[in-house]
Design a protein around this ligand. Structure first.
Ligand code: CAA
Length: 267
């Protein structure tokens, strides 16, 4: 298994400093939130590092697993952001509030890049969630294609309770998965959704005992890798586009993808 590190430019900190581990083992990349003593709290540097990983993901990688070390997947944004001092070197919400609109949007867009690449059609991303996934933690799990939960998982969109909105790409996948009414109820009460409910309402593909989480993700990964890559990529692309197309448009899109597959397989 290759340990991958970033040399980084002056303004970029190492993955270790950010509290991330990143390992590539053939077709599988594993990203571990690795600040268990702070329940894997995230900062802007976390999201920037995730974006860098996405930018440089080796071409052979087909499955990306995101997991958290320790009892929690992630307790969300580092609460120091709410203090006047903020997170050293990364500012505070009070400082962000003073940014002009364009600068704020640019900074947020970079943070969101850390989440958006997980939807790329040529990979499948899997979140392995145990314990708390709060705020940015819940949104990171939502950024993945699939979620495997330990039965102690607790999902919470805490942002509205803190006077904020979820802005790390989580609102659309949440609505897509559970529907508008349930998404409103979950977010605007900021309540905790347990693993059993999460599976029932479409937020998890699988719920297992905490000790079986690693094996369950390995089994899922093996099944995903058993399918032809180009067919998987084309199928994911079709499925991702389905909700934005009419049935007739989707039929045309299916035909286009299949024509490419047939030529690749039989000519
Ligand atoms: N940021 C920074 N430190 C955190 C943290 C966070 N989000 N969550 C936990 N920690 C730290 C605690 O301060 C504590 O540190 P010390 O040992 O130095 O005191 C350590 O992690 C362990 O925490 P707990 O003792 O609280 O652990 P627990 O297992 O009893 O509880 C928890 C876990 C329920 C997740 C609880 O820590 C908690 O509620 N954390 C805060 C969750 C939160 O409100 N997150 C922000 C969500 S909003 C968001 O993410 C997006 C946004 O844009 C606002």
């Amino acid at each position: 298994m290759a340990e991958v590190t970033f040399g980084g430019s002056a303004e970029e900190v190492s993955l270790e400093e950010v509290g991330l581990r990143y390992e590539v083992d053939g077709k599988i990349a594993t990203i571990t939130l690795d600040r268990p003593e702070k329940r894997n709290a995230q900062t802007f540097a976390t999201w920037s590092a995730l974006a860098r990983i996405g930018d440089s993901l080796p071409q052979q990688v087909r499955v990306v697993v995101i997991r958290g070390e320790g009892p929690s997947f992630s307790a969300g944004i580092d609460l120091r952001m709410f203090t006047p001092e903020g997170v050293p070197g990364q500012g505070s919400f009070a400082a962000s509030a003073l940014l002009d609109g364009a600068t704020f949007e640019q900074r947020l867009a970079r943070a969101q890049q850390g989440f958006l690449w997980l939807r790329r059609p040529d990979i499948v991303s899997v979140a392995a969630v145990q314990g708390h996934a709060i705020g940015a933690g819940f949104q990171l799990a939502l950024a993945c294609d699939l979620r495997v939960l330990a039965d102690d998982a607790k999902l919470c969109m805490k942002e509205p309770a803190l006077g904020l909105v979820p802005d790390l790409t989580g609102t659309k996948p949440l609505v897509d998965l559970v529907g508008l009414s349930r998404a409103i109820e979950i977010c605007l009460t900021a309540r905790t959704v347990g693993a059993e409910e999460a599976a029932r309402i479409g937020l998890a593909e699988l719920v297992v005992a905490p000790g079986e989480l690693g094996q369950a993700v390995e089994d899922l990964t093996a099944a995903l890798l058993a399918v032809d890559r180009d067919a998987a990529t084309a199928t994911k692309r079709l499925l991702q586009g389905a909700s934005g197309r009419t049935l007739e448009e989707q039929c045309v899109a299916e035909g286009r993808e299949q024509a490419v597959r047939l030529r690749a397989l039989f000519t």
